[in-house]
Design a protein around this ligand. Structure first.
Ligand SMILES: Nc1ncnc2c1ncn2[C@@H]1O[C@H](COP(=O)(O)OP(=O)(O)OP(=O)(O)O)[C@@H](O)[C@H]1O
Ligand SMILES: [Mg+2]
Length: 248
């Protein structure tokens, strides 16, 4: 399988940052995988995602998606990737449908195309009866699900999700994870971050653990569990490699 993402020796220190957010990170993601990007708070997960979608410029190193440079080829990449940011990125005083129509226009879609594309997504993510309600009336779980739909209108081959299940209830989480599995089965590559290890264990083909901006370990969850002493769950592996101290 070809590489969907190739990250090589990324370095990034933010202005005013007291330590590097990324400190020589290299990671590859194969096409068709569900890859979990895991790490404690401040490990550099969101920074990596923001570099991949061209929002943050690294100090050194490079990142490529389907062979295209994430900084130089941002426009070409925009059609290929869907990004679900850690914060909800929708206009809260507009309805879900108004948000989708606006985003569809940014991608050059007619209202009919946006309607056709959202129809199935709204059903699968349980929002079909709520498209005409304002986002500020949505529950946390509904906002997360709408945020995912918004990132898929242009039918990207790669979807990158930053904590898509943060703060949602068990039902919404199950719906989101099932949806991601199904989306992956259509041949799409998925990169996803979470602090919930049992969730990553359930849906990821592979996980990569990073800490303090550096690569720590990668592998299939089962393989990591079997190969790490006294580990029964992915959470044990995570603690084995990243320790018990709380991050600043
Ligand atoms: N805009 C910014 N300005 C200054 N420092 C930043 C900025 N964004 C992130 N950082 C710092 O960079 C480091 C990596 O942050 P990042 O948000 O990438 O981590 P993360 O792994 O996504 O963490 P979390 O799990 O809490 O979301 C942290 O030390 C953070 O404080
Ligand atoms: Mg983050």
């Amino acid at each position: 399988m070809a590489a969907a993402i190739e990250i090589t020796d990324l370095h990034k220190t933010y202005n005013g940052g007291w330590s590097p957010a990324l400190d020589g990170l290299s990671v590859q993601v194969q096409e068709g995988q569900i890859m979990g990007l895991l790490g404690p708070n401040g490990a550099g997960k969101s920074t990596t995602i923001n570099i991949l979608c061209g929002l943050v410029t690294p100090d050194k190193g490079n990142a490529k998606i389907f062979g295209k440079d994430c900084i130089a080829d941002t426009l070409a990449l925009r059609q290929m990737i869907g990004v679900v940011p850690q914060q909800i990125a929708m206009f809260s005083n507009l309805t879900a449908w108004e948000n989708f129509r606006y985003i569809g226009k940014l991608y050059g879609l007619s209202d009919k195309q946006t309607k056709d594309r959202t129809h199935d997504l709204l059903l699968r993510l349980g929002l079909d009866k709520h498209a005409d309600k304002r986002i500020n009336r949505y529950s946390g779980g509904m906002k997360r699900r709408a945020n995912i739909i918004a990132s898929l209108l242009h039918q990207p081959s790669l979807i990158i999700l930053d904590e898509p299940t943060a703060g949602v209830d068990v039902q919404s989480r199950a719906m989101i994870l099932n949806f991601l599995k199904e989306y992956n089965q259509q041949g799409k590559t998925i990169v996803y971050t979470s602090h919930l290890m049992e969730e990553a264990e359930l849906i990821c083909d592979e996980v990569v653990i990073i800490d303090e901006g550096k690569f720590v370990v990668r592998g299939a969850p089962k393989e990591l569990i079997n190969n790490t002493t006294d580990c029964k769950r992915l959470e044990d592996v995570f603690l084995h490699y990243t320790g018990h101290s709380v991050r600043d």
